[in-house]
Design a protein around this ligand. Structure first.
Ligand code: FAD
Ligand code: NA7
Length: 443
């Protein structure tokens, strides 16, 4: 029997497990599937951990999410086609839920199937090599410190790419008298109440962590961008300036001449695609981009088509794109989708990469990833979902952010699955200090 290993039980690994589960429910004979998850529980980044650094077994902590994290895009854009928000919560809920609510939703779908028993928890994959037409996987049971080996026909890498921080160094850091941390280790904005905070970066983490620090009472927040400013209309107490030049004692000196006393520096400088456990000739090497090269349809490894990578793109679309990838991968593995010859694979990859390299603004990027997801969607029986509506929502959301970065999360959107409209939340985001599921749903 064909044997499949899935590495990681975050949203992508769970999409893969759900795809097989759905085929089995339709009476199809599915391969043997084993999922390895190095944490004690499932949900990937959405499974919050207070820990930073390494865990009780000495293993690096993968979690990068923090307290008070609310969805950074409308939930309608990530909705599962086969499990709507209305079905899970029994009623329409507002469009920008906090982390705990999305975590509940992700798990709600997989708790119902024959899925959890396929996952080996606290089990870290330490090596993947291809020999004699099989993948040999070595894995460590972290609780017993015992290593084992097993062979598989296919490997699905769903280990995420927002867990290993990219940490640059600036002059003066070693003598800076305050705290320096990467967004990967940021857990609670309360820590920065009354402080002068410098945030470096100009993408999602910089935007959200800067806003969190402001919301929870930082004295000032100064964002240093490298190439392009985010350019939002920042509230009083926040500003965006050009690139940190150096630190001099507790003073941060920027390239545009701005000087700012700082108590803390938060490096929102992104993450590394880091797969040290995969043999080098199978390893995806890329920066964070919308179409990493060498992946046919964004998932099948060009040089060995029994190796699948899920969710390795920079992401506007998330959960339903992961699903489209997983359903496609499942059908490739089960022989329902035949891959073209290597010339056509190469042409297809080059076409997408060339298009991606020409993208100039968020609207074009949204169009690009929507077209990619739609194309994948058509290849499998993943249920109907209105990607045109999702495209429209993403563009509206981008424009709401430009209008007012403090209020975009108060807006409401309609579901691409059920059509129902999210109610306006009872408390505007900038005043909502409690991010619990109970308060969000019940007040
Ligand atoms: P992950 O969620 O990272 O899961 C990977 C899993 O693989 C983890 O459980 C990990 O323990 C496991 N693993 C890793 N290596 C191994 C190994 N060697 N052996 C065994 N197991 C392993 N997306 C949204 O849609 N909305 C948001 O609001 C949003 N906010 C975000 C905020 C932050 C701070 C970050 C970092 C990301 C955010 N995202 C958001 C994007 C996020 O990438 C996806 O939502 C999603 O978590 C990606 O799923 P994944 O399965 O690819 O990776
Ligand atoms: P991203 O989106 O990969 O962005 C990384 C940012 O880091 C980006 O703005 C880079 O600026 C910046 N960067 C990288 N190196 C430096 C240095 N040396 N100095 C200053 N700035 C630097 O990562 P995020 O963490 O923001 O987002 C990851 C996920 O978390 C995302 O999917 C969200 O859903 C939440 P550049 O543009 O290259 O100048």
């Amino acid at each position: 029997m064909t044997k499949i290993a899935i590495i990681g039980a975050g949203p992508c690994g769970l999409s893969m497990l759900r795809a097989f589960d759905q085929a089995e429910k339709k009476g199809e004979k599915i391969p043997e599937v084993v999922c390895f998850e190095k944490q004690a529980d499932w949900g990937g980044l959405w499974n919050y951990s207070w820990r930073t650094g390494s865990d009780q077994y000495g293993d690096p902590v993968p979690n990068s999410m923090y307290r008070y994290l609310w969805s950074n895009g409308p939930k309608e854009c990530l909705e599962f086609a086969d499990y709507s928000f209305d079905e899970h919560f029994g009623k329409p809920i507002p469009s920008f839920p906090p982390r705990a609510v999305l975590y509940d939703y992700i798990l709600g779908r997989v708790s119902k199937g024959n899925i959890k028993n396929k996952i080996k928890f606290n089990t870290k994959v330490t090596s993947v090599v291809f020999k004699n037409d099989k993948f040999e996987i070595s894995y460590l049971d972290k609780t017993s410190d015992a290593t084992s080996k097993d062979n598989f026909d296919y490997i699905v890498v769903a280990s995420g790419h927002f867990s290993v921080p990219f940490i640059p160094e600036y002059e003066g850091m070693s003598s800076f008298p305050g705290r320096i941390l990467h967004s990967h280790d940021f857990r609670d904005a309360e820590e920065f109440r009354g402080k002068n905070v410098i945030v470096l970066g100009s993408s999602y983490s910089a935007e959200d962590i800067a806003l969190q620090c402001h919301k929870y009472g930082a004295n000032s927040v100064t964002i240093g961008y490298r190439h392009n400013p985010m350019g939002f209309k920042w509230p009083k107490g926040m500003k965006e300036v050009h690139y940190l030049d150096r630190l001099d004692g507790k003073k941060a000196i920027f390239k545009d001449g701005t000087e700012q006393d700082a108590d803390a520096i938060i490096l929102c400088t992104g993450y590394l695609h880091h797969f040290p456990f995969i043999d080098e000739n199978l390893r995806l090497k890329t920066r964070n981009r919308l179409y990493p090269p060498k992946l046919y349809k964004g998932v099948v490894w060009q040089d060995n088509q029994k190796l699948i990578y899920l969710g390795m793109q920079d992401q506007f679309h998330t959960f339903n794109m992961f699903d489209c990838q997983a359903w496609f991968a499942r059908d490739v593995i089960m022989g329902k989708i035949k891959l073209p010859n290597s010339d056509e694979i190469s042409k297809d990859i080059n076409k997408w990469v060339a298009m991606e390299e020409k993208l100039e603004n968020p609207d074009q990027m949204i169009d690009f990833q929507t077209e990619y997801t739609k194309e994948l969607h058509e290849t499998s029986d993943y249920p109907k979902i209105d990607f045109e509506l999702i495209r429209k929502h993403f563009k509206e959301w981008e424009h709401h952010k430009v209008e007012n970065i403090l209020t975009y999360r108060n807006k409401s959107f309609s579901s691409p699955v059920t059509g129902s409209v999210g109610p306006i939340h009872h408390t505007p985001w900038s005043e909502a200090m409690d991010d619990s599921l109970k308060t969000f749903l019940n007040k």
